[in-house]
Design a protein around this ligand. Structure first.
Ligand code: SF4
Ligand code: FE
Length: 487
């Protein structure tokens, strides 16, 4: 099976062994059909369905460099700057269609970063990580896996190195070594789509020193491996998905799709040799982290732009329902939202177009421009959301629940007082307001705002990279030359 569709993907999740998932105080026996989890699965399923959709097949698929087969782009090693741009375009389309985080990008970004880093490690150390990883990629392509790219450790006391922590488990580390492999312990936080994945590709979270060798581990384990427990992230308005009233979907805002964040605990999980791709080569942690982060910072110039398109569409629609679509300040605000959103897209395309071939053969984005992209993403979606809330008016937080629409008595009153222009019915106006609530304060706000701030690294992480790559000395020379000041 090289190219699954959405329902085959969902079936493949059912075929995994039992997972230990805790959500709202309960151990969830069947995560696939849980209403809160299912919405997040639907978002990932879109990445499979669109690969079979004539309108999107070209952007959603690629030719495997290993087998020549047609594969899903999420399993692909980028072979050109055009591939890098197509990745961003694909993410924009998925953001537009899901209105949230579709989760599968982290694995794609990890595949490309581990691919190039293992090659570089082998060149120096004479190890065989790259060949092992190639075998792993073959399986990824063959099974069309969704991979959880596992990077962020909980980190404990941020002022201390991994090896200095009072409890070393706050960083994933090797606790046992044998001829067969290693045993790892620790946790990864903020794991996007972890429960919806087939595999976890674990990477170190920061540049390590010699004393941090046990923490320098890159490896893969199946999602149902013995010893893994998932603590499902509680998110704003999640209980609305449990509402079984006939019109309950209205209150969800975006009933079909959602994102997912988890704390994943690895409690003595065995990793066989063939799934280990870095083991103690501390000097390569920085390279792996920087390249993974760059790929993922590029990703945000696609996915958040697609969701931004939905926000702009919601702003224009609610303005019509409110009867103010013709007002010049509304048109100006829509223009500003578009300007901000397309600036983010420009950054995503630019860091892709300026990408380069790596020694391993895949393409890497321009790291400075990818960091500029993500730095803008930590800001512009907040302004786009502010403008959307401005245009929407305050009704999206004072609007009565869908249950009031089910009761004919109360519905009459709501229809009378919450009606707007002839452009939409009262129910349509409420649906749009709930979508706006979802995008800017509800579940999708996790994907659109909090992820924009902290996903792929918080703003300061990008500023460190921008500072490192900005080559101020060269710029000083330019200024001095024009001012005729000798060096
Ligand atoms: Fe993909 Fe965006 Fe979600 Fe990251 S935040 S996994 S790039 S959709
Ligand atoms: Fe993310």
């Amino acid at each position: 099976m090289t190219l699954m569709n959405g329902s085959e993907y969902i079936d493949s999740l059912r075929k995994r062994g039992p997972l230990n998932v805790f959500l709202l105080g309960e151990k969830i026996e069947n995560p696939v059909d849980h209403p809160i989890i299912r919405a997040s699965i639907n978002s990932v399923a879109l990445t499979y369905d669109l690969a079979h959709d004539d309108a999107h097949r070209e952007i959603m698929t690629a030719e495997s460099v290993i087998t020549g087969n047609t594969i899903n782009r999420f399993c692909h090693l980028h072979q050109s700057t055009e591939d890098l741009q197509n990745k961003v375009k694909m993410q924009r389309v998925l953001g537009q269609k899901s209105g949230t985080c579709f989760q599968r990008c982290v694995g794609m970004d990890a595949l490309n970063a581990v691919f190039l880093t293992t090659y570089e490690i082998d060149e120096i150390h004479g190890t065989d990580y790259h060949q092992r990883f190639l075998e792993y990629i073959k399986l990824t392509e063959k099974h069309d896996w969704t991979i959880d790219g596992c990077m962020t450790d909980p980190k404990g006391d941020r002022g201390k190195r991994p090896s200095e922590q009072q409890d070393p488990d706050v960083y994933v580390h090797v606790v046992k070594r044998s001829d067969e492999g290693v045993v790892i312990r620790g946790a990864k936080a903020h794991q996007t789509g972890a429960v919806n994945s087939h595999e976890h590709l674990i990477m170190p979270t920061l540049a390590m020193r010699n004393e941090d060798k046990d923490f320098t581990i890159c490896c893969a384990v199946p999602a149902d491996a013995k010893g893994i427990t998932y603590y499902y992230g509680r998110q704003s308005c999640d209980l609305r998905r449990l509402d079984e009233s006939a019109m309950g979907d209205i209150d969800c805002g975006n009933p079909a799709y959602g994102g997912q964040e988890c704390l994943v605990v690895f409690d003595d999980v065995f990793v066989p040799h063939e799934r280990i791709f870095m083991n103690g080569e501390t000097e390569f942690c920085g390279r792996l982290v920087d390249t993974f982060a760059a790929y993922h910072r590029q990703s945000y110039g696609g996915c958040k732009v697609g969701v931004g398109d939905v926000l702009i569409g919601a702003a224009a629609t609610i303005a019509e329902y409110n009867g103010v679509a013709g007002a010049s300040h509304i048109r100006d605000k829509l223009t500003e939202m578009t300007h901000l959103n397309e600036t983010l897209y420009s950054c995503g395309i630019a860091c892709s177009a300026a990408g380069n071939k790596t020694a391993a053969g895949n393409y890497l984005v321009d790291i400075l421009l990818a960091n500029i992209c993500k730095q803008n993403v930590t800001r512009f979606p907040y302004e786009i959301s502010r403008l959307l809330q401005d245009i929407a008016g305050g009704l999206f937080v004072t609007c009565p629940s869908a249950k009031e629409m089910e009761n004919p008595e109360t519905r009459k009153v709501i229809e009378k007082y919450l009606s707007g222009s002839d452009a939409g019915t009262t129910e349509e106006r409420i649906k749009m307001l709930r979508l706006i609530e979802n995008l800017t304060m509800g579940r999708a706000a996790v994907g659109y705002l909090t992820e924009s701030m902290h996903g792929a690294g918080s703003p300061q992480a990008q500023r460190i990279m921008i500072n490192r790559l900005s080559d101020i000395d060269e710029k000083k020379k330019l200024a001095k030359k024009l001012a005729r000041i000798p060096e």
